[in-house]
Design a protein around this ligand. Structure first.
Ligand SMILES: [Zn+2]
Length: 166
């Protein structure tokens, strides 16, 4: 099994988020070649800003491993981790992270900050990026395109109602 195989599994999780109108980010945790946890963004569903895919699988993995240290795990996520998730990855001492596409506005594996490789912190992460880049990036752009379209339609409908033409 290679990185692409596991990223494809993370993409399946992202697809689940897409289906329920959540920003489509998915993740899987791999230990000794086996997927031990799967998760996807559920921020709206749970009405909780902490419910990112990475946090979900770190929680599940710690339970399975029976330790807060996830030292023999690799985390696969479709989008570059945000500050919270990058922090959690460092806290869990995860040695390796593989992500698909960059997040220019919030990414903390080099885009905005490089939390995963900050020499002043007590843990550094081996990062591989760009695995299934096209797929990971296009599911995001499709989501936001549809989201903006829906928002625009909603706004237009509201304005129509306001002027009494419906
Ligand atoms: Zn996050």
């Amino acid at each position: 099994m290679n990185d692409e195989y596991y990223m494809r599994e993370a993409l399946l999780e992202a697809e689940k988020a897409f289906q329920i109108d959540e920003v489509p980010i998915g993740a899987v945790m791999v230990r000794n070649g086996e997927i031990i946890a799967r998760g996807y963004n559920k921020r709206n569903t749970m009405k909780n800003p902490l419910c990112h895919a990475e946090i979900e699988i770190i929680n599940k993995s710690s339970e399975i491993v029976g330790d807060w240290r996830l030292e023999d795990c690799t985390l696969y996520v479709t989008v570059e981790p945000c500050p919270m998730c990058a922090g959690a990855i460092v806290q869990a001492r995860i040695p390796r992270v593989v992500f698909g596409t960059r997040n220019k506005k919030a990414g903390c594996a080099g885009s905005v900050l490089d939390v995963l490789n900050e020499p002043m912190l007590n843990h550094q992460v081996d990062v591989t990026e760009g695995v299934l880049l096209e797929e990971c990036s296009s599911i995001m752009s499709t989501f936001f395109r549809e989201f903006r379209k829906r928002m625009k339609e909603k706004k237009e409908k509201k304005e129509d109602e306001k002027c009494g033409c419906v």
